[in-house]
Ligand binder design. Structure first.
Ligand code: FEO
Length: 172
Protein backbone atom coordinates (compact mmCIF):
# COMPACT_ATOMS: atom_id res chain seq x y z
CA UNK A 1 0.00 0.00 0.00
CA UNK A 2 1.36 3.37 -0.97
CA UNK A 3 1.98 6.06 1.66
CA UNK A 4 -0.80 8.70 1.81
CA UNK A 5 1.68 11.54 1.25
CA UNK A 6 2.99 9.86 -1.89
CA UNK A 7 -0.58 9.16 -3.04
CA UNK A 8 -1.50 12.81 -2.66
CA UNK A 9 1.63 13.99 -4.44
CA UNK A 10 1.08 11.60 -7.37
CA UNK A 11 -2.53 12.78 -7.63
CA UNK A 12 -1.16 16.32 -7.81
CA UNK A 13 1.12 15.25 -10.65
CA UNK A 14 -1.79 13.63 -12.52
CA UNK A 15 -3.50 17.02 -12.36
CA UNK A 16 -0.32 18.80 -13.55
CA UNK A 17 -0.01 16.42 -16.53
CA UNK A 18 -3.65 16.87 -17.54
CA UNK A 19 -3.21 20.63 -17.17
CA UNK A 20 -0.18 20.37 -19.48
CA UNK A 21 -2.33 18.55 -22.07
CA UNK A 22 -5.00 21.23 -21.73
CA UNK A 23 -2.46 24.04 -22.11
CA UNK A 24 -0.90 22.47 -25.23
CA UNK A 25 -4.36 22.04 -26.74
CA UNK A 26 -4.95 25.73 -26.10
CA UNK A 27 -1.69 26.44 -27.91
CA UNK A 28 -2.85 24.18 -30.77
CA UNK A 29 -6.04 26.24 -30.98
CA UNK A 30 -3.98 29.45 -31.07
CA UNK A 31 -1.87 28.09 -33.96
CA UNK A 32 -4.98 26.95 -35.85
CA UNK A 33 -6.35 30.50 -35.54
CA UNK A 34 -3.04 31.86 -36.86
CA UNK A 35 -3.19 29.44 -39.80
CA UNK A 36 -0.07 27.57 -38.79
CA UNK A 37 -1.38 23.98 -39.00
CA UNK A 38 2.05 22.36 -38.60
CA UNK A 39 2.59 24.08 -35.25
CA UNK A 40 -0.97 23.13 -34.25
CA UNK A 41 -0.23 19.51 -35.18
CA UNK A 42 2.94 19.56 -33.03
CA UNK A 43 0.99 20.90 -30.07
CA UNK A 44 -1.72 18.26 -30.48
CA UNK A 45 0.96 15.55 -30.40
CA UNK A 46 2.43 17.22 -27.30
CA UNK A 47 -1.01 17.18 -25.65
CA UNK A 48 -1.36 13.44 -26.43
CA UNK A 49 2.01 12.86 -24.82
CA UNK A 50 0.91 14.69 -21.67
CA UNK A 51 -2.26 12.64 -21.48
CA UNK A 52 -0.09 9.55 -21.73
CA UNK A 53 2.04 10.83 -18.82
CA UNK A 54 -1.09 11.40 -16.73
CA UNK A 55 -2.42 7.93 -17.50
CA UNK A 56 0.91 6.30 -16.72
CA UNK A 57 0.73 7.88 -13.23
CA UNK A 58 -2.94 6.89 -12.96
CA UNK A 59 -2.16 3.23 -13.73
CA UNK A 60 0.77 3.19 -11.31
CA UNK A 61 -1.23 4.64 -8.44
CA UNK A 62 -3.96 2.04 -8.98
CA UNK A 63 -1.36 -0.74 -9.18
CA UNK A 64 0.04 0.35 -5.80
CA UNK A 65 -3.38 0.23 -4.16
CA UNK A 66 -3.74 4.02 -4.14
CA UNK A 67 -6.87 6.03 -4.87
CA UNK A 68 -6.87 8.31 -7.90
CA UNK A 69 -8.62 11.61 -7.20
CA UNK A 70 -9.11 13.87 -10.19
CA UNK A 71 -9.15 17.57 -9.37
CA UNK A 72 -10.38 20.63 -11.25
CA UNK A 73 -8.22 21.85 -14.12
CA UNK A 74 -7.19 25.48 -14.23
CA UNK A 75 -8.07 27.32 -17.46
CA UNK A 76 -4.98 27.68 -19.66
CA UNK A 77 -3.93 30.93 -21.38
CA UNK A 78 -5.53 31.44 -24.79
CA UNK A 79 -3.49 34.22 -26.40
CA UNK A 80 0.21 34.76 -27.08
CA UNK A 81 2.05 37.61 -28.78
CA UNK A 82 3.81 35.32 -31.26
CA UNK A 83 4.86 31.70 -31.92
CA UNK A 84 8.15 32.56 -30.19
CA UNK A 85 6.24 33.52 -27.04
CA UNK A 86 4.33 30.24 -27.17
CA UNK A 87 7.55 28.25 -27.19
CA UNK A 88 9.13 30.39 -24.49
CA UNK A 89 6.10 29.60 -22.30
CA UNK A 90 6.40 25.94 -23.27
CA UNK A 91 10.02 25.76 -22.15
CA UNK A 92 9.23 27.57 -18.87
CA UNK A 93 6.36 25.14 -18.30
CA UNK A 94 8.47 22.05 -18.97
CA UNK A 95 11.16 23.33 -16.60
CA UNK A 96 8.50 23.75 -13.94
CA UNK A 97 7.31 20.16 -14.55
CA UNK A 98 10.90 18.93 -14.27
CA UNK A 99 11.01 20.58 -10.83
CA UNK A 100 7.77 18.85 -9.84
CA UNK A 101 9.13 15.45 -10.92
CA UNK A 102 12.34 16.04 -8.98
CA UNK A 103 10.30 16.92 -5.88
CA UNK A 104 8.39 13.64 -6.26
CA UNK A 105 11.67 11.73 -6.45
CA UNK A 106 12.90 13.43 -3.26
CA UNK A 107 9.63 12.63 -1.50
CA UNK A 108 9.84 8.96 -2.58
CA UNK A 109 13.39 8.88 -1.17
CA UNK A 110 12.29 10.46 2.13
CA UNK A 111 9.52 7.89 2.44
CA UNK A 112 11.90 5.06 1.50
CA UNK A 113 9.48 4.16 -1.30
CA UNK A 114 11.91 2.44 -3.67
CA UNK A 115 9.23 1.29 -6.11
CA UNK A 116 7.98 4.85 -6.68
CA UNK A 117 11.51 6.19 -6.93
CA UNK A 118 12.31 3.64 -9.66
CA UNK A 119 8.98 4.30 -11.43
CA UNK A 120 9.72 8.04 -11.48
CA UNK A 121 13.08 7.56 -13.22
CA UNK A 122 11.18 7.20 -16.52
CA UNK A 123 9.75 10.69 -15.96
CA UNK A 124 13.17 12.10 -15.06
CA UNK A 125 14.55 10.95 -18.45
CA UNK A 126 11.38 12.00 -20.25
CA UNK A 127 11.77 15.57 -18.93
CA UNK A 128 15.30 15.78 -20.37
CA UNK A 129 13.83 14.84 -23.76
CA UNK A 130 10.85 17.19 -23.40
CA UNK A 131 13.02 20.22 -22.64
CA UNK A 132 15.38 19.32 -25.49
CA UNK A 133 12.48 18.98 -27.99
CA UNK A 134 11.26 22.46 -27.12
CA UNK A 135 14.73 24.00 -27.25
CA UNK A 136 15.24 22.58 -30.76
CA UNK A 137 12.26 24.64 -31.96
CA UNK A 138 12.97 27.68 -29.84
CA UNK A 139 16.37 28.08 -31.51
CA UNK A 140 15.07 28.54 -35.09
CA UNK A 141 12.11 30.61 -33.83
CA UNK A 142 14.48 33.10 -32.19
CA UNK A 143 16.32 33.46 -35.50
CA UNK A 144 13.32 33.86 -37.77
CA UNK A 145 11.10 35.87 -35.39
CA UNK A 146 8.00 36.87 -37.36
CA UNK A 147 9.35 36.40 -40.92
CA UNK A 148 6.24 34.97 -42.67
CA UNK A 149 8.22 32.96 -45.22
CA UNK A 150 10.50 31.35 -42.64
CA UNK A 151 7.52 30.62 -40.36
CA UNK A 152 5.74 29.01 -43.32
CA UNK A 153 8.74 26.74 -43.96
CA UNK A 154 9.12 25.82 -40.28
CA UNK A 155 5.38 25.13 -40.09
CA UNK A 156 5.78 22.45 -42.79
CA UNK A 157 8.55 20.77 -40.78
CA UNK A 158 6.41 20.69 -37.66
CA UNK A 159 4.14 18.09 -39.32
CA UNK A 160 6.89 15.49 -38.92
CA UNK A 161 6.13 14.94 -35.25
CA UNK A 162 4.00 11.92 -34.39
CA UNK A 163 3.18 10.62 -30.95
CA UNK A 164 3.74 6.88 -30.54
CA UNK A 165 3.34 5.48 -27.03
CA UNK A 166 6.22 3.21 -25.94
CA UNK A 167 5.21 -0.43 -26.79
CA UNK A 168 5.80 -1.71 -23.24
CA UNK A 169 3.12 0.65 -21.95
CA UNK A 170 0.55 -0.73 -24.39
CA UNK A 171 -0.65 2.78 -25.17
CA UNK A 172 -2.13 3.16 -21.71
FE1 FEO B 1 4.49 15.57 -18.90
FE2 FEO B 1 5.70 17.77 -20.63
O1 FEO B 1 5.73 16.80 -19.07
Amino acid sequence: MIDKKMEEALNGQINAEFYSAYMYLSMAAYFEARELPGFAHWMRAQAQEEEFHAMKLFAYLVERGGRVILKALEAPPTEWKSPLHVFEDTLAHERKVTGLINDLVFLARDLRDNATEIFLQWFVSEQVEEEDNVQKILGPLKLIKESPQALYMLDKEMFQRVFTPPPADGGA
